[in-house]
Design a protein around this ligand. Structure first.
Ligand SMILES: C[S@@+](CC[C@H](N)C(=O)[O-])C[C@H]1O[C@@H](n2cnc3c(N)ncnc32)[C@H](O)[C@@H]1O
Length: 208
């Protein structure tokens, strides 16, 4: 996984462009309403979304790819980028007021998706809020490649993606208080001038 992402960041640089996702604006509003001061961002990439958060909150950004981190430290000088797999994050006493996690949870198998959610909820303070986005089962790429698990496809050699239905997403976060879920479309302009539209889902919730 690290090698795949390192190679992509080396060859494509700011892969998804400079614009933050519209979801990070929504998350920021909610974080402000909830008096958030500290935010954890797992799978932060090159800081496209953290930059909008770090001008207001204290942000720890966890990222597997050293190449992404090199780009991120130039793009967003205020977030604290930590090179690590989110699964290896040590259990410390530090608890965050909020988590923003964009486009990470769909990269894993069922057991790792469960581990990711548990790991993230563990890092949240009580009443801490989270905002996750993931691929929707209504996305055009749904069903492409070999189905390795239910609704999880190997769409490139060695690279899987899980496509969430509404129920699946709610079920994954059922140990917490789910506040809202929804769908959205996002467009990305890639370095080779192709534009792709993705159908995503988001989930907003709170740790009990
Ligand atoms: C689809 S990208 C999304 C990047 C970023 N959230 C954005 O929207 O610009 C997924 C990111 O997660 C990182 N990643 C993959 N597995 C990870 C893990 N186990 N721990 C931390 N980061 C991981 C990848 O290196 C990549 O930067």
């Amino acid at each position: 996984m690290k090698e795949y992402w390192d190679n992509r960041f080396i060859s494509e640089g700011l892969i998804w462009g400079e614009r933050p996702s519209e979801t990070v604006y929504a998350a920021k509003e909610i974080f402000l309403e909830n008096d958030v001061r500290t935010v954890l961002v797992p799978g932060a990439g090159y800081g496209r979304n953290t930059k909008l958060l770090s001008d207001t909150f204290q942000v720890d950004a966890i990222e597997l790819s050293s190449e992404a981190i090199t780009l991120a430290r130039l793009w967003d000088s205020k977030s604290n980028f930590i090179e690590q797999s989110i699964f290896d994050l040590p259990d410390t006493n530090k608890k965050y007021d909020a988590i923003f996690c964009y486009g990470l949870i769909h990269l894993f198998t069922e057991s790792d998706r469960a581990k990711l959610v548990n790991k993230c909820l563990e890092q949240l303070a009580q009443k801490g809020v989270y905002y996750f986005t993931c691929f929707s089962d209504e996305d055009a790429a749904y069903g492409i490649g070999k189905e390795v698990e239910y609704n999880t496809f190997e769409y490139k050699r060695g690279k899987i993606a899980h496509f969430f239905s509404e129920d699946d997403l709610r079920n994954r976060f059922k140990e917490s208080k789910i506040i809202e879920t929804g769908s959205l479309e996002e467009n990305f302009e890639y370095a080779n001038d192709t534009i792709k539209t993705y159908k995503l889902r988001y989930i907003l919730g709170m740790k009990h």
